[in-house]
Write a protein that binds this ligand. Structure first.
Ligand code: APR
Length: 180
């Protein structure tokens, strides 16, 4: 599924984020940048040890909630990994929506800063961190659309959804958010 927004487009695919041929991919990281399972485990496994080496040497203090930091992408097809820290879902009234939007915007800003024409996001916070997938989808899509409308870049933002449930949630959310 593709949504065009002026010179930019949003793409929605089912797949593995580590396999994406884009300039940058987003990691669903934790504040310690300590690695983990899910997207984080897949990126460090497929990308090799240089990514963890870079996070440890460049960001020994980790990354704050709602922010993101950039490293190279090791053996992955992408050029950069943006390690984003989304919120742990605690019911939705403890700032989680704004924290998720901040993490998303931080990645989009890093893409602009590093001249990345294409950026791939996973369903940030919607796995181990428990953010309801439909709410995460609407939040990430709306935040991205607002950003690209204003900045007219990155040219391509691809949401890479691991399973059919996540893919369905994102495509339904697009239909709700995109004006007809
Ligand atoms: N490609 C794309 N999406 C994937 C992949 C992959 N290879 N692997 C898992 N996913 C999906 C999950 O199914 C989920 O929908 O990405 C979404 C986000 O899940 P998580 O990776 O668990 O991310 P998050 O909820 O943000 O939790 C982050 O988990 O692995 C730890 O270190 C990480 O502590 C951090 C926490």
């Amino acid at each position: 599924m593709i949504v065009k927004l002026g010179p930019c487009r949003l793409e929605f695919v089912q797949g593995d984020i580590t396999q994406q041929h884009v300039a940058a991919i987003v990691n669903a990281a934790n504040p310690a940048l300590a690695g983990g399972g899910g997207v984080d485990g897949a990126i460090h496994t497929a990308g090799g040890p240089s990514i963890m080496h870079e996070t440890q040497t460049q960001y020994p203090e980790g990354c704050a909630l709602g922010n993101a930091v950039a490293t190279g992408a090791g053996d992955l097809p992408a050029k950069f990994v943006f390690h984003a820290v989304g919120p742990i879902w605690k019911g939705g009234r403890q700032g989680e929506p704004e924290q998720l939007a901040m993490a998303c915007r931080a990645c989009l800003q890093l893409a602009v800063k590093h001249h990345c024409a294409s950026l791939a996001f996973p369903a940030l916070s919607a796995g181990a961190y428990g953010y309801p997938i439909d709410l995460a989808a609407a939040n990430l899509i709306k935040t991205t659309m607002d950003f690209v409308r204003w900045h007219q870049k990155p040219a391509v933002v691809r949401f890479v959804l691991y399973d059919q449930g996540a893919f369905g949630a994102f495509t339904r959310a697009v239909e709700e958010v995109v004006p007809r």
